[in-house]
Write a protein that binds this ligand. Structure first.
Ligand code: 6PG
Length: 237
C-alpha cells in the first residue's frame, strides 16, 4: 500500500496540522459510525499535539474512546508512562467520559500477564474478529525503525495472531518492560498517522514511504506497508 508524506517547517506547524488531522478524523468517524476509536501514541513527539487538542473546539469528546499503541510497565504517575503523559497533557483537560479511556494494564506484573489482560480487554470491546477496528492510530518512529514498542529483531514484532505482546525493553529508551499492540492489531486500523520531528527519523521515514528496499523491513516499515499510513514530518524542532 502507498502512503503520503506532509512536510512541515518545524514541530509547531506539524503539531497544529496533526491536531487538525485528528479532529477531522474524529468528526468523520462520528458522522459515519457514531464514535471515534483513537489509539494514542507514546513518546514525546505527540505531546504538543495533545496540548493543542486540549483546547481544540469543536471536538467530539463525548463520542471518543482512547486507546494506546503501547505502554511502559511503570505507574501512571511515572513520567515514562505513555497513558499518564496523555492524561496529564490532554485527557484530564477535556470532557471525555472516564469509561471511554481504555488504559493498558501496564501496572499488572509480570508484563506477560499485563499483555494477556490487555488483549482480553480489547477482545471484550472489539469482539473476536481478526483485528480491532480502530478509526485512527497515532504512531511515533524510533531512529532504529521501531514504532509503538515493536523493536527490530524483537519477537513482539514477529507476532502473527495475538493483538498484544510483552517486550523486555532492554534496548529501548527508557529501558523498561513494555506492552505493545502488535502488527495484527494495527492491521485493521482505518487510518494510521506517523509523526516524526528529527532529521534522522525524517530520513528514515522518507526511505520507508519511498519503499526503499531495506534488507529487512523495520517494524515501522511493515506497519506502513500493511496500512498505507500518512506521515507528518518536520526536521526542525
Ligand atoms: C514508546 C513510543 C515509541 C515512540 C518513539 C518516538 O513508548 O517509546 O511508543 O514508539 O513513539 O520511540 O519517541 P519520541 O516521540 O519520544 O521521539
Amino acid at each position: 500500500m502507498t502512503g503520503k508524506i506532509r512536510r512541515f517547517s518545524d514541530g509547531g506547524a506539524l503539531a497544529e496540522a496533526a491536531a487538525c488531522h485528528i479532529a477531522e478524523a474524529a468528526w468523520a468517524s462520528v458522522r459515519a459510525r457514531g464514535r471515534f476509536l483513537w489509539v494514542l501514541s507514546g513518546g514525546q513527539t505527540p505531546v504538543p499535539v495533545y496540548e493543542r487538542l486540549a483546547s481544540w473546539h469543536p471536538f467530539p469528546w463525548a463520542e471518543t474512546h482512547a486507546f494506546w499503541g503501547d505502554e511502559r510497565c511503570v505507574p501512571l504517575t511515572d513520567p515514562a508512562s505513555n497513558a499518564g503523559t496523555a492524561q496529564r497533557t490532554l485527557l484530564d483537560r477535556v470532557p471525555i467520559p472516564q469509561g471511554q479511556i481504555h488504559l493498558p494494564p501496564g501496572q499488572v506484573s509480570p508484563p506477560e500477564a499485563a499483555a494477556t489482560a490487555w488483549e482480553a480487554d480489547l477482545h471484550q470491546f472489539f469482539g473476536s474478529g481478526s483485528a480491532p477496528a480502530f478509526d485512527l492510530v497515532l504512531l511515533g518512529l524510533g531512529a532504529d525503525g521501531h514504532t509503538a514498542s515493536l523493536f527490530p529483531d524483537d519477537p513482539a514484532a514477529e507476532e502473527t495472531t495475538r493483538w498484544t505482546a510483552a517486550v523486555s525493553g532492554e534496548k529501548a529508551s527508557p529501558p523498561v518492560p513494555r506492552i505493545t499492540l502488535t502488527i495484527p492489531a494495527l492491521r485493521g486500523a482505518r487510518a494510521v498517522l506517523f509523526l516524526a520531528t528529527e532529521w534522522e527519523k525524517v530520513e528514515l521515514a522518507t526511505r520507508i514511504v519511498g519503499e526503499d528496499i531495506e534488507t529487512r523491513p523495520s517494524p515501522a516499515a511493515r506497519v506502513h506497508r500493511t496500512t498505507g499510513a500518512t506521515w507528518y514530518l518536520a526536521e526542525g524542532a
